[in-house]
Design a protein. Sequence first.
Length: 265
Amino acid sequence: MTRYTHGQHPSVTDSYRWRNAANSAAYALAEMTPGRSLLDIGCGPGTITADLAARVAPGRVVALDSSAEAVDLARATAEKEGVEGVEFRVGDVHELDLPDASFDVVHAHQVLQHVADPVRALSEMRRVTAPGGVVAACDSDYAGMYWYPRAPELDAWMDLYQRVARHNGGEPDAGRRMVAWARAAGFTDVTYLAEAWSHSSPERRAWWGGMWSRRILESDLARQALAEGHATREELERISAGWAAWSEDPEGVFVVPRGAILCRV
């Protein structure tokens, strides 16, 4: 079993609300056509789900997350956005409580890096996808992230995140492994696409750096790092200060590479 590294602290879930279909699922939008049924796995607070549900309406939409708290947030987001007809469930991607061949599109954003067995998860996604349908999945790749200026505090952040995520049973460098996992899960028609988030404009830099300067002190990542001896409070404080300094540097850039797959069934 894995433990979700980030947790459900507001410093985490509030940052996820920035994500939408355009900035987080562009590679799959051609698949989101009216009337198609959709399973959105790892829905989080539901901002991507709401966008995708609007695109496939009046198709059936099921949103699933392993966290009951996240599902409640996603339900509230749908209500706020006026998106109707979405069924929200708590569930395990390794053992989907859904019939075979029941969805035209199965979507998973930033999920496979956190699960115990990505191949089994993709096999389950494949099982519930109808013939002619598609599994669309996208994950970031931490080792591929780059930033400027170089800062020892951000280097320490990367090292710490890698150690905590792996201790939790995840694979933080998932983006580069997506095709291998898909083929191991039995897919033969796999298209790989590379995408990236850039947090490099003044506004994005202030948001990204400010978010991480808070998250490294307040989220489950911080709690786990302290409880399990991966870092001291003083080390977390230094990382937080480094993020704050980077966010104010007019030369600062930060890029998050993301690997996406479209797997035809």
